[in-house]
Ligand binder design. Structure first.
Ligand SMILES: *Cc1c(COP(=O)(O)O)cnc(C)c1O
Length: 387
C-alpha cells in the first residue's frame, strides 16, 4: 500500500536501557560508558531529588489532573516559578510541560503571519516547529553570522514586529552565541531576543545562571526572553520561560500548549525545586563538569580530531561522512563506550559527527580511556580540518 503513512522506511530505533547508573547504561547485557546524557550535573540519581519527588507524591498524589488554568495549579508549581524567578533574577517565570511544548506554545503567541522571525540556521527543531506554527515570515542567517543577520534586519520595514531567536549553547555544536552582539542588534532594530538556554541554565556561569551571567548582562533587560528546560541539568521534567510579568500573563491567556495540556505532575516540580537548591549550593558540580570539558576538548584536539568551535560539555567530533561516523560509533560501542553518531537532517549534510555530551559523572580517567580507544580505531587518523 503505497499511501500507507506507516510503511515508510525508518532508520532509527529505540535503544533498550535496562539499568542506568547514570555513569554507565546497560543495553542487552552490555555495560556502556554513557557519553550521551544531558544529566550535566549528575543529579538524576541524587538521593535528595528522589526524596523530594517521593514526598511530593505522598503529599499531592500522582497527577496535577488538570490544566493549570482549570484546577491543576497546585502550589508547588507556583513555588517553583517563584524560586526560578528569583534565582535567575527575572521578573516572572512560567512553567511548561517540556522545552518542546514551550517553543511550540510561546513563539506563536508572540508572533503571527504579519511578523518577522529571524533565526540562527542551527536552531533546534522545536524552535523551527514553533516558528512554522506561528505562520510568521521566517528568515535564517548562517550560524553565528551576525553581519548577515544585520543585513536582514536592515531590509525589514522598521514598523514590522520582529523576533530574533538563538540558542545559547548550540545543541549539536556546543558553541556559544555572542549574546552582547545579538542584544545590541535587538535594541538597535527594536526587536525581542529569544534565547533558548536549554543547555546552559544550571550549567554555564559560576552560579549556573546561564549566558547572561557569563556576559554580565542585566537579566531583567526588556529585550530578552529566556527559555530553560528542567529535563537536562535539573534532572527532572518540564521547562520554564523567564521574562516580564506581562509576558507571563500573555502566555497564561494565549499560549495553547500551556492552556490545553495537563500540568506536569507535582512530583516533577518538587524534584525541580530540590534541584535548584543544589544548583545554587553545590557549585563544585559545575566546576567538575567544566574542568572535564576543557580537559576532554584539549585531549581530542591533541589527537587530531576536529571538535568545531565547542566551548561546552557538548563536544562534536566532526567526521563529515555518514558511514565513517556510524562506523566510529559502532566500534566505540564494541569497546563499551556509548557516543551516538549524528547525521542529516539533524545536522547539515556533510557534517556528520559523533556527539558527546559530558556530565559531571564522567571522570578524567574515563576520558583518558575514551581517547585511548578513539585513536586506536583503524579509521584513525580522522579527517583534518579543511579536508
Ligand atoms: C532539549 C532541547 C529542547 C527541548 O527541551 P525538552 O524539555 O527536552 O522538551 C528545546 N530546545 C533545545 C535547544 C534543546 O536542546
Amino acid at each position: 500500500m503505497a499511501n500507507n503513512p506507516i510503511e515508510t522506511f525508518i532508520e532509527n530505533s529505540l535503544k533498550n536501557i535496562e539499568e542506568d547508573s547514570r555513569r554507565t547504561l546497560q543495553n542487552n547485557n552490555k555495560k556502556l560508558l554513557n557519553l550521551s546524557s544531558n544529566n550535566y550535573l549528575g543529579l538524576a540519581n541524587d538521593k535528595r531529588l528522589k526524596q523530594a519527588g517521593a514526598r511530593a507524591l505522598q503529599k499531592y498524589g500522582t497527577s496535577s489532573s488538570a490544566s493549570r488554568l482549570i484546577a491543576g495549579n497546585i502550589k508547588i508549581h507556583e513555588d517553583l516559578e517563584n524560586a526560578l524567578t528569583e534565582y535567575f533574577q527575572s521578573e516572572a517565570c512560567l512553567l511548561y510541560n517540556s522545552g518542546y511544548q514551550a517553543n511550540l506554545g510561546i513563539i506563536p503567541t508572540l508572533m503571527d503571519k504579519n511578523d518577522e522571525i529571524i533565526c540562527d540556521r542551527l536552531c533546534h527543531a522545536s524552535i523551527i516547529d514553533g516558528v512554522l506554527l506561528s505562520g510568521a515570515k521566517f528568515r535564517r542567517f548562517p550560524h553565528f553570522d551576525y553581519n548577515i543577520l544585520e543585513n536582514i534586519l536592515k531590509k525589514i520595514p522598521p514598523q514590522a514586529k520582529k523576533l530574533i531567536i538563538t540558542e545559547s549553547i548550540f545543541s549539536m555544536n556546543g558553541d556559544i552565541a555572542d549574546i552582547p552582539v545579538l542584544l545590541e542588534l535587538a535594541i538597535k532594530y527594536n526587536c525581542l531576543l529569544y534565547i533558548d538556554e536549554a543547555h546552559s541554565l544550571g550549567v554555564l556561569g559560576e552560579k549556573g545562571k546561564g549566558l547572561l551571567e557569563k556576559f554580565n548582562i542585566d537579566p531583567k533587560n526588556k529585550n530578552i526572553i529566556r527559555l530553560g528546560t528542567l529535563g537536562k541539568a535539573f534532572a527532572s521534567f518540564g521547562a520554564f520561560i523567564l521574562g516580564s510579568k506581562n509576558l507571563r500573563e500573555l502566555l497564561i491567556n494565549k499560549s495553547r500548549s500551556f492552556i490545553y495540556s495537563t500540568a506536569i505532575p507535582p512530583s516533577a516540580s518538587a524534584v525541580s525545586f530540590a534541584a535548584l537548591k543544589i544548583i545554587e549550593s553545590e557549585p563544585s558540580r559545575r566546576k567538575k563538569l567544566w574542568d572535564s570539558t576543557f580537559y576532554f576538548i584539549q585531549k581530542l584536539k591533541e589527537s587530531g580530531f576536529d571538535t568545531l568551535r565547542t566551548q561546552s560539555p557538548i563536544i562534536p567530533i566532526l567526521l563529515k561522512d555518514n558511514k565513517t561516523t556510524m562506523e566510529f560509533s559502532r566500534r566505540l560501542f564494541k569497546e563499551n563506550i556509548f557516543i551516538p553518531g549524528i547525521r542529516p537532517p539533524t545536522v547539515p549534510s556533510g557534517q556528520s559527527r559523533l556527539r558527546i555530551s559530558l556530565t559531571s559523572n564522567i571522570s578524567k580517567d574515563d576520558i583518558d580511556t575514551v581517547i585511548d580507544k578513539l585513536v586506536k580505531i583503524p579509521l584513525f587518523p580522522p579527517l583534518k580540518k579543511g579536508d
